[in-house]
Design a protein around this ligand. Structure first.
Ligand SMILES: Nc1ncnc2c1ncn2[C@@H]1O[C@H](COP(=O)(O)OP(=O)(O)OP(=O)(O)O)[C@@H](O)[C@H]1O
Ligand SMILES: [Mg+2]
Length: 311
């Protein structure tokens, strides 16, 4: 069964902003990356799935239960983006209150709290007041709250925004640990390197619209890219099969280009094309895309299309 499923889920704020027509399905035991620039609708989507916002139209389910229902909420853990916990509570007291709210049986509370505190790397520090916590410590306690109830699906909205590199690595390890336990982790982020190292499947959204979806490595296979260094200083009239070309720089007599095309077989064609024009090629380097390239590619593509559509 799908752990998260939405059909054309739409949430706008008085007709503006938000998200429109988002459809996806996510299985169990996975870390799913939900990517988009600031203001693209990531938090709106998660808050709608959690029943904190009412959908404008469309539908969504968590483990088969309609979003907004108590049953769907019981299965979900959530680390909000801009969380603020009462300063006067200690980390432990906060977790105890959460345990009460989640109706964790009294006899299990102590052990469970110790477990999650350990998992988020806060052992020994949970007795301090939240008011005295650094941002990173507060974020860790927030994570502990999100997983306290041993939920099957965990929504993390920018979980590492306050963390240093060690903290980020800890959170990555925690996500992998949860995934290996069969949980589904839904990760909102614009930290692409972070997403790249833990997620296989992603959605990319832009201005509320889904612009690409799938295994991120495959999202880029439509085009291959190379960097090429020539001794030709002028602009090169690239052949038609080159879909994009960008001059990266010029150092002395060497010019570096980034070129994109549809097929790997086009690499020898480009070299042949240049040598026919007596342009010497000094280096050809095939570029394997990073998630950042995939992201920018789809965002730019959407911008180009909407430009064409508007004029
Ligand atoms: N409460 C609200 N009232 C009106 N508009 C809102 C509200 N919340 C969000 N929006 C608008 O909806 C759009 C999406 O916002 P959202 O916070 O979901 O984006 P985001 O992708 O989470 O951004 P960020 O990366 O900055 O966290 C934005 O245009 C925003 O201005
Ligand atoms: Mg957000």
């Amino acid at each position: 069964m799908d752990v998260i499923r939405t059909n054309s889920l739409t949430k706008t704020y008085d007709g503006k902003g938000g998200i429109s027509d988002i459809s996806l399905s996510i299985g169990e035991g996975t870390i799913y990356g939900f990517l988009g620039p600031n203001g693209s609708g990531k938090s709106t989507f998660v808050r709608t799935l959690l029943g904190l916002l009412k959908p404008t139209s469309g539908e969504g389910f968590i483990l088969g239960e309609p979003i907004g229902s108590i049953k769907s909420r019981e299965q979900a853990g959530y680390l909000p983006e801009l969380f603020r916990y009462p300063d006067w509570l200690t980390g432990k007291q906060l977790l105890e209150r959460h345990a009460e709210l989640c109706k964790i049986p009294v006899r299990q509370r102590k052990t469970r709290i110790e477990e999650v505190v350990e998992l988020v790397g806060m052992s020994g520090r949970e007795k301090g007041k939240i008011g005295g916590f650094s941002k990173g410590m507060a974020q860790r306690i927030g994570l502990a709250c999100a997983i306290l109830n041993d939920p099957k699906v965990i929504f993390l909205d920018e979980p590492t925004s306050a963390l240093d590199p060690i903290g980020r690595k800890d959170v990555r390890d925690l996500m992998v640990y949860l995934r290996d336990q069969g949980k589904t982790v839904f990760l909102n982020s614009h930290l692409l390197h972070e997403v790249e190292s833990v997620c296989d499947n992603v959605s990319i959204i832009h201005e509320g619209d889904m612009i690409a979806q799938g295994p991120w490595r495959e999202l880029m296979q439509i085009e291959a890219q190379i960097e090429i260094i020539t001794d030709y200083p002028e602009d090169i009239p690239w052949p038609a099969f080159v879909s994009h070309s960008r001059k990266l720089g010029q150092h002395g007599t060497r010019t570096t280009w980034n070129i994109q095309f549809g097929d790997e077989l086009d690499i020898p064609r480009i070299i042949y094309y240049l040598s026919e024009r007596r342009i010497s090629v000094y280096e050809v380097r095939q570029i394997t895309p990073h998630l950042e390239d995939v992201f920018l590619h789809w965002v730019n593509r959407k911008k180009e299309n909407s430009y064409v559509g508007n004029h």
